[in-house]
Write a new protein. Sequence first.
Length: 456
Amino acid sequence: MTPSARDLAAGVALALGFLALLGAAEMLRRKTRLAAEWTRKLVHVAAGLASLAVPFLIESHWVVLGLALFLSGIFWSAHRSGRLASLHGVERKSRGVEYYPLVVYALFVLARDRPWLYVSALLTLAVSDALAALIGMRYGRLRYEVDGESKSLEGSLAFLVATFLVVELPLVLWQDPSLPGPASCVLAALLTAALVTGFEAVSLGGRDNLWVPLGTYFVLSKILRQPFGEIVVQNVGLAVIALIISLSAAWTHVFNVGGAILFALWAFACWSLGSFDWALPIFTSFAAFLVLRPFTRLAPPAKVRIVVRSLLPSIVLLFAANLSLSTRWSELYAGLYGPFLAAGVLLLVQVSWNRIATRWHPRGAQRQLAVAGVSLASAAIVALPAWLAQENVPARSLFITAAVCIACGTVHDRLPGFSRRSLVPGQAASLLVTGMAALVLLVFQALDLSPPWNPE
């Protein structure tokens, strides 16, 4: 039997096995009247454990892709038609079942040369996620709300412990010379478990089936390249950042639980994927936002969706800068810092001015001067500390960044997306203004009118 024929035979066998599993789950639910949440998790675990064999049975990614599309198509059509109640009969809205096969394919492609990484990432999806849900349903007493979805502290702790174990054991037991020593593997597993638990907590609509395994893959891929001392620093840094933001959120009610978790993850990402220079604007703007909080006591706590929409431009810029380091366009790492800084300034401008405008309604020239003043103050709060912390950055870069932010802050106030009744910036207006500022700064840098910043 040729390798391609062997792959096809294995793919067909796995497809039939998965179909048999679905049939058994449907029969179990009908015969026993077992709740859909339980049959769904049984399928979740069984399918995940069976998928562990995929890279050891199949070599061709085309066969795995065909298998993933076949199963996702079945799940999608069953969801549309109201069938497969053992999977889709849950009360909450979730598309996680349809993501599952596609994530298995993504892990197969990304980690095909590192089977221990495939196993660790897939086990977080198959075991940790299911265990957290079942523990939360059975024993969850301490509840917290994430944008309308109720979760439990007991379930999150179960997820944390399970993820640590399913990540740590393959790292320690796998005989791969490319892996670091046991101490580094244990600390890497601890950091991965903490971060992925955060991903699971803030994932909505079944998207944890995407972010949990892919997050496990990317965090492990990055952290295992670091020396032992850096892994220790990363663990301590995450603990400190999470503690500061959680205490601030509890004291000021600026975020709900989900919003606080997401913002802590974002602050850590800026420091971990970038450096202290990338994290500094986040901390200074957050501190300024906390100062504003007493003046807007009626503002509701920011939730996950609001935080994501607000941070989206900064997220895109940071990840683009980080990814550029492994390409021939590595100079973009420094080149994108100015736009990243402007995104932080403009977010503070938009949030501050929206909140100020709910209490004070200036008109005409007075309003334009007020917006310019808020923009200048925001630039001083966010950009000035970054300029002082970096070396060999001309003052011209600071002045141009501030001038662009002042101009774009004024433009934002005149866009139809702004609402005096809103306490958060309109998404379309924010993206437009931030994108415009980033583009202008990149053009200035390309024309040598504004030297790039110099982040570490």
